[in-house]
Write a protein that binds this ligand. Structure first.
Ligand SMILES: C[S@@+](CC[C@H](N)C(=O)[O-])C[C@H]1O[C@@H](n2cnc3c(N)ncnc32)[C@H](O)[C@@H]1O
Length: 194
């Protein structure tokens, strides 16, 4: 049984969910970072968080604060076919990394269908992502430390995407079909207050 207040919250989340804004954490070393990414993705209301890891990861509850229960999360097994599918759906692939060959993250138009790819905490960007990236972005730093934490970088980028999408009224018009809206809402109601 869901309370009417909770039902309203569910409806509002689905009506404002950004169906064509997605995140891909390409290889996870720290599960805590993935959990923090999921929590921000939930706050900005993106459609889906993908990650790559040899095992399915149980998202840390204390960090995600249960955001993972309402977010689509998928482990990408075959990265080539994943990028091919994303491209066939006309997404721009925006890879965030620290390099000279990058543009300021604010120069991207995030109102277009967008997959933001976050690199992992250890390795350099892979050749496969380089070959599919339409844009390579960097968050400017006046730094002594080498980089931002990956979940912090995710938050900075997603809130720029949110700002642009709010200005374009994309949170005011439902982005998913009525059918998908009803299907997800039903499954959430069945899950209730658990
Ligand atoms: C800790 S950093 C990776 C450090 C990696 N060892 C390197 O030298 O590139 C983790 C990820 O966060 C993102 N990131 C961190 N700081 C960033 C910045 N200033 N601009 C863009 N992305 C950043 C990138 O996706 C990066 O791969």
């Amino acid at each position: 049984m869901v309370t009417s207040r909770r039902l309203e919250r569910m409806k509002n989340v689905l009506k404002t969910r950004q169906a064509d804004l997605q995140i891909f954490m390409d290889y996870v070393y720290s599960e805590h970072n993935l959990a923090a990414i999921v929590r921000t993705a939930d706050a900005v209301n993106v459609w889906k968080v993908y990650y790559r890891h040899q095992n399915k990861i149980r998202v840390n509850d204390e960090i995600a604060m249960k955001a993972d229960r309402w977010m689509n999360i998928e482990n990408v097994k075959d990265i080539e076919s994943f990028y091919k599918r994303i491209k066939s759906e006309w997404y721009q692939v925006v890879a965030s990394l620290i390099d000279e060959d990058t543009i300021d993250f604010r120069e991207v138009d995030y109102t277009k269908p967008t997959l933001v790819v976050l690199w992992n905490e250890v390795d350099w960007i892979s050749e496969v992502t380089k070959s599919y990236a339409d844009k390579k972005i960097m968050i400017p730093m006046y730094w002594m430390s080498q980089s931002l934490n990956v979940s912090v970088a995710n938050a900075v980028i997603l809130y720029e995407a949110q700002r642009q999408r709010q200005q374009a009224w994309m949170y005011d018009k439902m982005q998913i079909s009525e059918q998908i809206y009803e299907e997800i809402l039903q499954s959430w109601i069945e899950r209730g207050n658990k």
